[in-house]
Design a protein around this ligand. Structure first.
Ligand code: SF4
Length: 291
């Protein structure tokens, strides 16, 4: 109900993809029309899901299932380098799983985040793909609304997130069949019902993508024990009181009494016109209107 503006801002940018999908033996679908190919892809995906009890799997078996099930290069772990994302990088690298690793660089990240990315690449001998926003879209947004539009309203903050995060993520998703995220149920009330597996539609098409949240049921204590016991690198901002790390103005440290995501867009915390849970999501994990 609060996302009608997405259509308003983006009606000149709606995707009309004609690319064929790729899942399992989908190459043959390239010769047929896209809608038929999407349907065939979705049927195969549904078949995979029918025979797997993904909700009952722990994180590593679920990562292994994903790399066993989908073609090489079609599974991506997209992370902002918070605890759960880094823990899964560790698990996958130690187990030799053939995942792609990616991150969204909004061009607004903390300097510590860029340095941590390189540290992880060195430690695990991996390449992390960096997705950035479209320069023209960023320039157009700034020309129209200013550099700091996210202070002005929840709508403009979500628009900024859409240009800098959601759209680069959508571009990434056009290249995969399985998207792995570090969402956890204990991060906020809004995330309390996070499933370990769900399907999302590729924006602009009917193609379904499997989204896995392998650490959805990990609590903070288990996570911190795992990080400590395996000597896994920690994002340096955790030691400065951050519990959720995003862009450098829009994420701030939190007190022990606050929700993990209370430091996100803190200036909206006292605005009682805004749903306090919706106020803490950037749109990356909320389905958009599709066409
Ligand atoms: S977190 Fe802030 S700066 Fe980053 S994309 Fe969202 S509104 Fe823009």
């Amino acid at each position: 109900m609060t996302r009608l503006y997405i259509i308003r801002f983006c009606d000149d940018e709606l995707m009309t993809s004609t690319r064929p999908p790729s899942l399992g033996d989908a190459e043959g679908d390239a010769a047929v029309d896209p809608v038929h190919a999407w349907d065939a892809h979705n049927t195969r995906l549904a078949g995979h899901l029918q025979h797997a009890s993904l909700e009952s799997m722990d994180a590593l078996p679920l990562l292994r299932w994903a790399t066993d099930t989908f073609n090489a290069g079609r599974v991506v772990l997209n992370t902002s380098f918070q605890y759960s994302g880094v823990a899964m990088i560790h698990m996958a690298a130690e187990a030799g799983l053939q995942l792609r690793y990616a991150t969204i660089d909004t061009l607004r990240l903390h300097p510590e985040t860029y340095a941590f990315l390189r540290q992880l690449e060195d430690r695990y001998n991996i390449d992390i793909e960096v997705q950035r926003p479209d320069a023209e879209q960023v320039q157009g947004m700034v020309r129209r609304f200013g550099e700091y539009l996210f202070f002005d309203s929840k709508t403009l903050q979500e628009y900024c997130c859409q240009i800098r995060k959601v759209k680069p993520n959508e571009r990434l998703l056009t290249t995969v069949d399985c998207w792995i995220s570090g969402m956890r149920r204990d991060q906020s009330d809004h995330r309390r019902q996070t499933p370990k597996a769900m399907t999302v539609s590729e924006y602009g098409s009917r193609r379904q993508i499997l989204k896995l949240n392998p650490m959805a049921d990990w609590g903070e204590d288990r996570m911190l024990d795992f990080i400590r016991d395996n000597d896994i690198p920690r994002h340096p901002l955790y030691d400065q009181g951050y519990k959720s790390i995003g862009c450098f103005i829009c994420s701030t440290p939190v007190s022990d009494a606050e929700d993990q995501r209370a430091g996100r867009w803190r200036w909206f915390n006292s605005d009682d016109r805004i749903d306090p849970q919706e106020a803490k999501e950037c749109g990356l994990h909320i389905p958009r209107y599709n066409i």
